[in-house]
Every structure is written in C-alpha cells, then in structure tokens.
Design a protein around this ligand. Structure first.
Ligand code: ADE
Length: 224
C-alpha cells in the first residue's frame, strides 16, 4: 500500500504517521508514505495557493491549479489510475468496511483541504471518493487523512506483527471486543475474572463471546 497525500502541511503527515506501528510499517516497507506539498505547485513566488471566494463570504478557497498540478505530479508517476480520496465533512462517513476495501488498493492519493474548502472544479476533475471521519468540522483534512491511513494500514499484511490481532477486534462480526486483563491478578482489590486463569480454552472463548455481546448491547446497541 502506497499512500500519496496532497497537503499544505506535509510535516504534520510525516511526523504523525512516523510514530508507533505506522512508523514501523513505513521503515519495514510494509506501507509507503509520501506527502506532497501543494504549495510547491503555487506557480507564484509568494507561494500563494488560496484566494477569495467568488460571490463573497467568509474565508479563503484553495485554488484549483496548484491542487491539480500536485495531483498530476503523483498520478503521472503511477503505472495505472488510482482512487483519489478527498477528506471532507461532506463525504461518506468512514468505517471499518471502507478501511478493508481501501486496504486492497495498491496506491491511494489523499487530498487534504484547508481554509473554507477547495475550488469545486478540481474536485470534479480528480476526486473519486469523498470521505468524512464523522459529523464534526475540523480545521483541515490532515487529521482525517491520518485517521483513515492508520485504520487502513493495520489491515495491510505485514503491518501488525501478530497476524491474528486484526481478526478478532472490535467491529469484526459487528461486535465490540471483550475486556482484556494482564498481570497482576489483583489490582486495587479488583481480580482478573476466574475463567481467564483456568486454562480452559473452550470456557474462555465462550466467556469472551458473551462479554462481547453484553458490551455491544450496553455501549453500541446500534451495531446489533
Ligand atoms: N475536514 C474537516 N472536517 C472533516 C471531517 N470531519 N472529515 C473529513 N475531513 C474533514
């Protein structure tokens, strides 16, 4: 999986993704990441990439040409056309099913907007998917892009060390994950459930299944 992020804040993307499991996956080559600075395609010496909206109104709008040229710089290097995801609160709300679908792609171009938005014409030209991470408005598309890339990355073979752990987690089978415990057996007067110490695999599996169901019923009944 190769992520190509078009952004005005490339350091935010590189630094954010460079830590923890995604950072390790980049170093090992399981995923790759480039952040293309849209400002490098400004076409003027001031590096200006935004302008006032036609028709008036608050804020600035990202101009189409720098976004298009940044996109072309990436797309012309790829051997075949790839999906171009625009991060926007107006998109389809991101979910585990979409993460699985995107994880099958070889390349993904992700466009991060800023200011009041991006000129509609370049979106019409290049964008294949409009994706939101939830019904709230952020200052830009960088955090949403990182949320999406993180969720996709952990489904890419070789990213998680224990291949099983991507299988049994929350949202697989539309259930939340069961509670987990580690040492010590007793903490602040609270003990680890007896069944987990029993070594009886069948009973443990049954207990976990029951806990998953109960937890989902309590916290996310909409998933059932
Ligand atoms: N840009 C600003 N807010 C956003 C959101 N909720 N999802 C995706 N992109 C965004």
């Amino acid at each position: 999986m190769k992520f190509h992020v078009l952004t005005l804040f490339p350091d935010m993307i590189i630094n954010g993704m460079g830590e923890s499991i995604t950072g390790r996956a980049i170093k090992s080559g399981a995923i790759s990441l480039e952040a293309v600075n849209i400002r490098d395609y400004a076409g003027n010496k001031h590096g200006q990439v935004d302008d006032y909206p036609y028709g008036g109104g608050a804020g600035m709008v990202m101009q189409p040409a720098p976004v298009y040229d940044a996109y072309r710089a990436v797309a012309d290097r790829l051997s075949k056309p790839c999906r171009v995801v625009y991060m926007t609160p107006q998109g389809e709300v991101f979910c585990q099913k979409m993460a699985k679908e995107f994880a099958l792609e070889e390349d993904l171009i992700i466009l991060c907007g800023h200011y009041e938005g991006v000129d509609e014409r370049v979106l019409e030209l290049i964008v294949t998917d409009h994706v939101s991470i939830g019904d709230y408005v952020l200052t830009g598309g960088e955090l949403p892009a990182m949320v999406m890339m993180d969720a996709i990355s952990r489904l890419v073979p070789g990213v998680l060390h224990n291949d099983e752990s991507a299988e049994y987690e929350s949202f697989q089978n539309h259930l939340l994950e069961y509670p987990q415990y580690t040492r010590p057996v007793s903490f602040m007067g609270m003990d680890v459930p007896e069944v987990l110490l029993s070594g009886h695999h069948k009973n443990i599996a049954a207990w976990r299944q029951e806990q998953s169901l109960e937890r989902t019923r309590q916290r996310r009944p909409d998933l059932l």
